[in-house]
Design a protein around this ligand. Structure first.
Ligand SMILES: [Fe+2]
Length: 314
């Protein structure tokens, strides 16, 4: 079983112009845009993963799994044509299955339309400045970078609120071959598409207080400095931060989540754990400490670049 990447995210937005501005400001490269602010456009990450912004009532989009702005279809990449055929066979009994020949799609138990095609993602080589740590001086005669904005390298994961955690987990494990990385008992599961890879490509979360929907989608950037540079750039462009910067002990990633007019949030992240067959999934009780070591609610002031003291806030 061999899903190797997230190929495409297709969003339906009430305000297409705002969604497009957000995608471009986030650092995604415009790929296809006819210049008309109100019509659909496609953007890409450095590795060629696509993000499309369409009108919420565009007939090209499948049924939504929640009201309003949200992700409408998620495309995963199969390693090769043989893997695609194996997956096609295995998923052909799923609801709303459609065979497009070079791709197929169906609906997962949470209502998200899942499409699979042979991966077209490119290898990306980036200049990554090393970090100096005690006894391990890797950056010599070279300052570490400051980024004016972020340029996401790839789409790393998606996080969904789910109605039926067990059924949705089973679908991704048994049908698409995902592995469990970690779990919050009776609440959530972190899944990765390959045994050897980043900590999670999907996080499924069941909350008593809300039904299925999009929580966020996450984009990998090269280092912590790009997380900060990207978040500050979005703040300067007047987009609001949900939470960030911060750090998740559960995956070790540094993050910054920006509220998105396409639904949920868009996350910049870096330095997540890399797991192998040897990794033993942890079964944890959800806790503030395991989820967030530290985080800044609402972001950092991009002008003063300092957190104001409580008494300075109006
Ligand atoms: Fe995330």
């Amino acid at each position: 079983m061999s899903i190797v990447g997230i190929e495409e995210l297709e969003f339906g937005a009430v305000d297409v112009e705002k969604g497009k501005r957000f995608a471009a400001d986030f650092g995604l490269a415009p790929l296809q845009d006819d210049g008309d602010a109100s019509t659909a456009a496609v953007y890409e990450t450095l590795d060629g993963a696509k993000l499309s912004v369409r009108s919420i009532d565009d007939p090209a989009l499948p049924e939504a799994f929640e009201e309003g702005d949200t992700l409408r279809r998620m495309t995963w990449g199969a390693a090769d044509a043989a893997a695609l055929d194996t997956l096609r066979e295995r998923l052909s009994d799923q609801p709303s299955f459609i065979d497009h020949g070079d791709a197929f799609e169906c609906r997962d138990p949470n209502g998200m339309t899942v499409r699979v095609r042979v991966s077209t993602l490119r290898d990306v080589e980036l200049d990554v400045t090393p970090i100096n740590q005690w006894g391990d001086m890797r950056r010599v005669d070279q300052p570490s970078p400051v980024y004016e904005n972020a340029k996401p390298a790839s789409i790393g994961h998606a996080v969904f609120f789910v109605d039926d955690l067990e059924a949705t987990e089973r679908f991704y494990r048994e049908k698409l071959g995902f592995s469990v990385s970690d779990r919050y008992i009776d609440r959530a599961v972190f899944l990765r598409m390959q045994k050897r890879g980043g900590h999670h490509n999907l996080f499924l979360l069941k909350l008593p207080t809300r039904g299925r929907g999009l929580n966020h989608v996450a984009f990998t950037v090269r280092d912590i400095h790009e997380v900060i540079g990207g978040g500050l750039a979005m703040t300067r462009k007047k987009w609001t931060t949900f939470i960030g910067p911060g750090r998740h002990p559960v995956s070790s990633a540094y993050f910054w989540y920006v509220n998105s007019p396409l639904g949920g949030a868009f996350e910049y992240y870096t330095n997540e754990d890399y797991l192998t067959e040897a990794w033993q999934p942890r079964e944890m009780r959800h806790s503030l400490e395991s989820f967030t070591e530290w985080a800044i609610e609402g972001g950092i002031d991009a002008e003063t670049r300092r957190q104001k003291k409580p008494e300075d806030k109006e």
